[in-house]
Write a protein that binds this ligand. Structure first.
Ligand SMILES: Cc1cc2nc3c(=O)[nH]c(=O)nc-3n(C[C@H](O)[C@H](O)[C@H](O)COP(=O)(O)OP(=O)(O)OC[C@H]3O[C@@H](n4cnc5c(N)ncnc54)[C@H](O)[C@@H]3O)c2cc1C
Length: 474
């Protein structure tokens, strides 16, 4: 087959040169343009934060340093493609399939229309275990396994860029009109991503299975690969294959059982990544609507704007002045590091959703901005799961005091991040724990009763439910 002369590789959340199928395909064309578009529409989304773009820009710098001359343009996708078409006519567009927020889905529809009109052939390929056009979850895990076993694409180190196309310096945040955030965050780019994964698989990971739930041990015991997956500095397939090789080796040499337990638990989480993203792919409306409609209108802010009491509570929660030391400490840690471990994320959401009765869209937006690793598919599914609106998951309400006892037994974490409580200066609890939990249970279980609610839950299980027992519980 003769390849078109000029191809554009459109980078999205796949900022790497290793195991990157569109780049490998693009490099075979006579001319190839590697393009990243800073879309104004992204920058105005309520879940966007400048730390997200800073991470992207760092990742692009690393790609350039590794021999990929990424062209960075700022503008609406269609306008950028039109301008580029005038500069260097191209016949093929290559990219990874994206499971993203609704605005990206709409933009992709427009791009598909434009390509058709222009006679540009747009080829999209998969980059995770997420399957497009799935009817139910039967056989999904098998497909995931098959995809993860596919060969890795070698690193692309050079691209036949069109000679006349000027590739300007990558813009700074200030040049895009944003101020530089001064937080202690993970740095972007493929080199750092591999350093982090390697250190986890070589040494740090040994404590994973036991250390992942405490905010004290999790920052080093967890892999910390989430932003590298969210922006595609690492491919899921590569991580799975390297982890399996490490686990095989640990078994061969009869390594410390803690290693084997940790690596197996980690592999389970990698599977979850795609399992949760698949939910948004299969049912995009879960970004906005409850999984089951029998809980519609349960919380203020669902069918109408939130009331004043809810807004006051939301502000107290996001500004870390709830009167619950563990909640406020975690919120401040997250604010500074733009990451916190799974258990503490679940606790923060459980507190907002049950104790404060805040709708998951409102609390979810605050967290989306604060998570450097914001990944719509995982985020909105988890927000709903921790808020009791999926209809199929056990209602789990965390006690902040018990979480503090279990995961910060010396009190050092709270003392560092919410010191006002050690001196008795902290605010009084915003709600009473026991009565708030009792009321939340009554409200949730009242909606879970009845044949209609049961039938809806069956449908959710059909489309989204896991068909195998989870390997680990946390
Ligand atoms: C309310 C809520 C919102 C969340 N939002 C996000 C999000 O926007 N982006 C995101 O990447 N993760 C999200 N998570 C899942 C999880 O908390 C993070 O993936 C994890 O803390 C990231 O740290 P790590 O890479 O060190 O994780 P590790 O424990 O080392 O896990 C490795 C990888 O497995 C995947 N993973 C781990 N736990 C889960 C899980 N419970 N569900 C799905 N995938 C998982 C992630 O890709 C993670 O990077 C959310 C969890 C909750 C409770």
């Amino acid at each position: 087959m003769t390849l078109p002369n000029t191809a554009v590789v459109w980078l999205k959340r796949d900022l790497r040169s290793y195991d990157h199928e569109p780049l490998s395909l693009g490099a075979q064309h006579k001319q190839c343009i590697v393009l990243y578009i800073i879309e104004p529409q992204w920058l105005v989304q309520p879940e966007f934060h400048p730390t997200h773009l800073a991470f992207v820009l760092e990742s692009l710098e690393v790609l350039r340093a590794n021999g990929i001359p990424v062209l960075v343009r700022h503008g609406d996708a269609i306008e950028v493609f039109e301008q580029l078409q005038r500069e260097v006519p191209f016949e093929a567009l290559l990219s990874h399939r994206e499971t993203g927020a609704f605005w990206t889905y709409q933009r992709d529809l427009e791009v598909a229309g434009w390509c058709k009109q222009q006679g540009v052939l747009w080829q999209e390929v998969d980059q995770t275990g997420v399957v497009r056009g799935l009817k139910d979850r039967d056989g999904w895990s098998r497909q995931w396994e098959a995809r993860m076993a596919r060969p890795l694409h070698p690193r692309v180190t050079s691209i036949p860029a069109p000679p006349g196309l000027a590739v300007q310096a990558i813009p700074t945040l200030a040049e895009v009109g944003l101020s530089t955030p001064g937080f202690t965050v993970q740095r972007g780019g493929e080199i750092k991503a591999w350093e982090v994964l390697r250190s986890f698989l070589e040494t740090r990971g040994v404590g994973y299975a036991t250390g992942l739930s405490s905010p004290v041990s999790a920052p080093t015991d967890c892999s910390r690969i989430s932003p590298y997956l969210a922006y595609g500095n690492l491919s899921m397939k590569a991580i799975v294959q390297f982890t399996r090789t490490t686990l095989d080796h640990a078994r061969e040499v009869q390594a410390d059982p803690a290693w084997k337990r940790s690596l197996a638990a980690f592999l389970g989480r990698l599977h979850w990544h795609c399992h949760f993203m698949q939910k948004l792919e299969s049912e995009p409306k879960i970004e906005f609507n409850n999984f089951v409609r029998s809980v519609d209108g349960l919380r203020s802010g669902d069918l109408e704007p939130p009331d004043t009491q809810t807004l006051d509570r939301l502000h107290a929660w996001q500004e870390a002045r709830t009167g619950y030391p563990m909640i406020d400490a975690c919120m401040r840690y997250l604010q500074e590091h733009r990451w916190i471990n799974f258990r503490m994320r679940a606790m923060l959401v459980s507190f907002a959703s049950y104790h404060l009765w805040i709708h998951w869209r409102q609390s979810g937006m605050v967290l989306a901005q604060r998570f450097l690793d914001f990944e719509p598919g995982i985020h909105w599914s988890q927000m709903q799961m921790q808020s009791g609106t999926t209809g199929i998951n056990t209602v789990r309400i965390y006690s902040p005091a018990k979480q503090a006892l279990d995961h910060d037994p010396t009190g050092a974490f709270v003392a560092k991040w919410a010191p006002e409580y050690s001196t008795g200066q902290g605010p009084a609890p915003i709600v009473d724990h026991t009565s708030a939990v009792q009321l939340a249970k009554q409200r949730i279980y009242a909606r879970r009763k009845g044949a209609a609610s049961f039938a809806e839950a069956q449908q959710v299980t059909e489309l989204h439910g896991s068909r195998r027992r989870p390997r680990a519980k946390r």
